[in-house]
Design a protein around this ligand. Structure first.
Ligand code: ZN
Length: 139
């Protein structure tokens, strides 16, 4: 799993604009609540595009009820280390139903749309599942 130390080493300080892009999501992927534009790390674009394609092709796009953001410079909730959201390499979805420390309700098929193409899912974290959270599995 990618750590905040690895992200800091690769990308430098979270505020560095050079890592970031405004991804103009292709029109054919703007279905349901998939955003039209996402401010994110350049490295997130390809895996996220593929994950969105998977959601559409595998008929899980309806399960995406809310898009809850990507870039956000902050510490992991309740912890000292920085969240990978600080570098724009993590996203949150369906936050209202998949709160931190709660049992996630996302279907296995939905999760697989992301984990098949470059994401780790926070819902499998033993101590404190974070079911809303997907982050790049390698950088
Ligand atoms: Zn998150």
């Amino acid at each position: 799993m990618v750590t905040s130390a690895q992200a800091l080493k690769k990308y430098g300080e979270p505020s560095l604009e050079k890592n970031m892009t405004v991804w103009d999501v292709p029109t054919e992927l703007e279905i349901g609540v998939i955003p039209k534009k996402i401010y994110c790390n350049k490295d997130l674009v390809k895996p996220l595009e593929q994950a969105f394609k998977n959601l559409i092709e595998r008929n899980f796009v309806k399960e995406l009820k809310t898009w809850d953001g990507c870039f956000n410079i902050r510490k992991k909730r309740g912890l000292a280390s920085m969240s990978l959201h600080s570098w724009g390499i993590a996203i949150d979805v369906n936050a209202a139903w998949n709160g931190l420390g709660k049992t996630p309700v996302l279907s296995a098929g939905f999760v697989k749309c992301f984990t098949d193409d470059g994401f780790d899912w926070g819902g499998t974290w033993k101590n404190r599942p974070d079911g809303m959270h997907f982050q790049l599995s390698r950088i």
